[in-house]
Ligand binder design. Structure first.
Ligand SMILES: Nc1ncnc2c1ncn2[C@@H]1O[C@H](COP(=O)(O)OP(=O)(O)OP(=O)(O)O)[C@@H](O)[C@H]1O
Ligand SMILES: [Mg+2]
Length: 415
């Protein structure tokens, strides 16, 4: 075992000898350097060749003292066990020394206490070092963790951005699929009917040229032509409606007239216009909007909002059910209108709620849904009504929409 390396702050040879002898007698193998001044201590501490284990210091020396030695240790930031060995010092001085960082003090008359004190302090210093190492390791680990978390967060952010981008692309794909699917059916029908019409007319013309046209043959032929043109006309209208609804995504503020109106009356008008649809779906609407909420805005756009959200309740919320209930309520405070719409339908799952406002997101692709309804509603609320729209929903809990907008829509300067 390497001997204990002691820095002995002591001016008296004999006292130093006493200390060393006492330790050796207790079986502690020691080497030491004795110093009497601050400079000497500083030099000893700075020495690269010695690693000090402990400082044993007299209380008062002619040119130095235990408290000055303690201050010096603090200054060079060395955590060495420090034991004061001294002639009688008062309790107050002892306490002051302990406060200044001394670990123990032993009276010169009671040196038998020194070896156990040295052993205890060495072991405590080892524990302190161990703790410090562990703290250091923990701190390093924390730093590494923080760096890793930062790296992962930034990776996640990039991944999120990519997901958003690819979702946009997917939406675009859905648009193309939706548009072509929706238009495919009516246009396909028109092509079929037009071909049938052409063939039938050709047949009739040939029969007429050959004088083979009978009265009943002509009538039957004309009826078939009428049927085919009805198909062409119906599907032509459907195609043009579809194209109109695609165009509505781009909200055109100038296309609608602005005027003063009563909120309840306008919503009631929309409901009346939808009466047949609501009755067919066995949907009831409870209109709780009080009279007298005066608005100065675009009633046509408001009707479109009401129309879209009611159609959604019927086609999505009450899909496969006997019917359902809708409640429309509103209040106005400080010029701000809050319009609340609720249905008691299937509701929308949390993970889909951010998607339903995206254009062309629909769960009814190929069954009449183009995914534009809510995106139009959202655009209208923000761009026209300068307001906000909040969606609350959960599967089985219905859909609750809260619209907030100024009763008097701010005028925006024309572009
Ligand atoms: N009241 C509702 N209850 C349940 N789901 C709804 C409701 N409203 C909207 N959704 C869901 O949100 C999706 C998007 O609605 P949005 O109105 O934008 O499109 P759509 O109704 O599918 O098609 P479009 O309105 O263009 O005919 C719907 O496909 C449906 O899944
Ligand atoms: Mg819709």
């Amino acid at each position: 075992m390497t001997p204990l390396s002691i820095l002995l702050v002591e001016d008296s040879d004999s006292d130093a000898e006493l200390v060393l002898r006492c330790l050796r007698k207790a079986g502690i193998d020691v080497t030491h350097e004795r110093i009497e001044t601050g400079d000497a201590m500083r030099a000893a501490l700075a020495s690269a060749s010695t690693r000090w284990d402990i400082v044993i210091s007299d209380h008062n020396l002619p040119a130095f003292s235990a408290s000055a030695a303690l201050a010096l240790l603090r200054e060079v930031d060395q955590d060495l066990p420090f034991i004061v060995v001294s002639n009688n010092i008062g309790e107050e001085t002892a306490v002051a020394l302990m406060r200044a960082g001394a670990h123990d003090y032993v009276m010169k008359g009671d040196l038998a206490r020194l070896p156990p004190a040295v052993k205890r302090e060495l072991s405590e210093a080892a524990q302190r070092r161990e703790r410090k190492r562990a703290d250091e390791a923990l701190r390093e680990l924390n730093e590494q963790l923080e760096t890793r978390v930062e790296e992962r967060t930034s990776e996640l952010r990039q991944a999120m951005a990519q997901i958003i981008e690819s979702e946009k692309l997917a939406s675009l794909g859905m648009l193309v699929a939706g548009v072509s699917h929706e238009l495919n059916t009516p246009i396909g029908n028109m092509v079929l009917a037009a071909t049938a019409l052409y063939d039938k007319l050709k047949e009739l013309v040939a029969a007429a040229e050959n004088n083979a046209l009978t009265r009943s043959g002509l009538l039957l032929g004309l009826q078939e032509c009428q049927g085919a043109s009805a198909i062409i006309s119906r599907n032509g209208h459907r195609s043009s409606e579809l194209i109109d609804s695609f165009k509505r995504v781009a909200v055109d503020q100038t296309s609608q007239r602005r005027r003063s109106f009563d909120l309840r009356a306008t919503v009631q008008d929309s409901l009346a216009a939808m009466g047949a649809i609501l009755r067919r779906a066995h949907a009831t609407v409870e209109l709780r909007i009080p009279d007298g909420i005066a608005m100065d805005s675009f009633p046509g756009h408001l009707e479109q909002i009401v129309n879209n959200i009611i159609m959604n309740s019927i086609t999505h919320g009450f899909d496969g059910r006997e019917g359902g209930n809708i409640v429309i309520d509103a209040g106005c405070c400080g010029g701000i209108v809050e319009l609340r719409y609720s249905d008691d339908g299937h509701g929308i799952a949390a993970e889909l709620q951010h998607k339903v406002f995206e254009p062309f997101y629909t769960t009814k692709l190929g069954q009449g849904g183009s995914g534009l309804g809510l995106s139009i509603v959202h655009n209208l609320v923000q761009a026209i009504f300068k307001g906000q729209l909040k969606l609350d929903s959960a599967p089985g809990q219905g859909v609750h929409l809260t619209f907030t907008f100024p009763a008097l829509t701010p005028h925006t300067p024309p572009h």
